[in-house]
Design a binder for this molecule. Structure first.
Ligand SMILES: C=C(O[C@@H]1C=C(C(=O)O)C=C[C@H]1O)C(=O)O
Length: 350
């Protein structure tokens, strides 16, 4: 055998060992998951993750492996390790109304946690396309509402004022109903009123993650309404059991928080996106050719934002603190501008 072949053989053996060890690590993680379930503690333990990461970085230095490799590898290990810990106490009958990115993300989560899911909506062909991805079932809206116990609507805010939803509310008696919108000010009261009128339990939720698959360990905000007091505990446990980290909030606190974590950064990023285009055009520069590591990361986020621009603009429009957030954004940008321009002028005059 040539030297090249010998070395490749050695690599293959090492690869097998890596896989064996990973499998062992995931099995242990599964055991840890069972203990956490018994004790009612959440799957994600950020303290522990920091400790593990510290250890990995020390070892990486010791063995001469780049820290950046270890960091991205470990991030993947954590997220798959947590997948192995999902093991819900009970199976619930969940109906998802809608078939967009968030419906897909929630479906992926419920698939690994073994929930029973039916996908429905106005367009049953689209519902069927999503169902088949996860081997779930599609039903007409009427049948789905009869069958289901927990109804999660992934529709945009405007949909809650449509004839379609008007008909749907009437068929949800005694069911648990959730919306997942980012800006709730406009719809919360409407849905709360409808839940009183038609006797369903309305618990507003906001998954704090984008349309990604297997969002294990991510947060979901729960905003109780007048009709959901009796089920908040149950749904809190349900989400924890399915691998998310639930967080209870009031409507007002949630809207304020979203003006800080969504409205403001999205506002800057949209402006950053267009100013990058404009400035590079003005200067005749192909910025992709010169991108730095930081720029690459920022641009990834800009691309993600542009992909869901309609949702982003909806949040800008509906969040009640959006005007304030944008005012602060512009004010601080101007302050920085004045400060930096001032420095430049000082330098010129000295
Ligand atoms: C395995 C655990 O669960 C999660 C996964 C971890 C891991 O894979 O190392 C660490 C912390 C937790 O977020 C644990 O708590 O130890």
């Amino acid at each position: 055998m040539s030297e090249l072949e010998d070395l490749r053989k050695e690599i293959e053996e090492i690869d097998e060992n890596i896989i064996k060890l990973l499998s062992k690590r995931f099995q242990i993680s599964q055991q840890i998951g069972k203990i956490k379930k018994e004790k009612g503690i959440p799957i994600t333990d950020e303290n522990r993750e920091s400790k593990v990461k510290e250890k990995w970085i020390t070892l990486a230095r010791k063995y001469g492996i780049p820290e950046s490799f270890v960091e991205s590898f470990l991030t993947m290990i954590f997220s798959y390790s947590k997948l192995y810990q999902i093991n819900p106490k009970s199976k619930r009958r969940i109906v998802i109304i809608g078939y967009g990115g968030m419906a897909r993300s929630l479906s992926s989560l419920f698939k690994i946690s073994g929930q029973e899911v039916v996908i429905t909506g106005r367009d049953l062909k689209k519902a069927e396309a999503l169902s088949s991805e996860f081997n779930f079932v599609t039903m007409s809206v009427d049948s789905a509402l009869k069958w289901g116990e927990i109804i999660i609507s992934t529709l945009p805010p405007s949909a809650y004022f449509s004839d379609f939803m008007d008909e749907t509310y009437k068929k949800m008696k005694a069911k648990i109903f959730m919306d997942i919108t980012s800006s709730k000010a406009k719809i919360f009261k409407e849905l709360e009123d409808k839940s009183i009128k038609y006797n369903f339990m309305y618990l507003s939720i906001h998954p704090l993650f984008g349309p990604y698959l297997y969002p294990v360990g991510e947060k979901v905000v729960l905003i109780p309404s007048k009709t959901s007091a009796s089920i908040v505990r149950d749904i809190y446990e349900f989400f924890m059991d399915n691998g998310l980290v639930p967080l209870i909030s009031s409507l007002e606190e949630h809207e304020k928080a979203m003006s800080v974590v969504q409205v403001l950064p999205h506002f800057y990023l949209l402006a950053l996106s267009s100013s990058i285009q404009e400035l590079s055009k003005e200067l005749g520069i192909d910025f992709k050719k010169f991108e730095t590591t930081n720029f690459r990361e920022v641009y990834k986020i800009i691309n993600r934002i542009n992909e869901i621009k309609n949702v982003i603009l909806e949040i800008q429009e509906h969040n009640p603190y959006a005007d304030k957030a944008r005012e602060f954004g512009v004010r601080e940008l101007n302050n920085l501008y004045t400060q930096l321009m001032g420095k430049k002028n000082d330098a010129l005059h000295s």
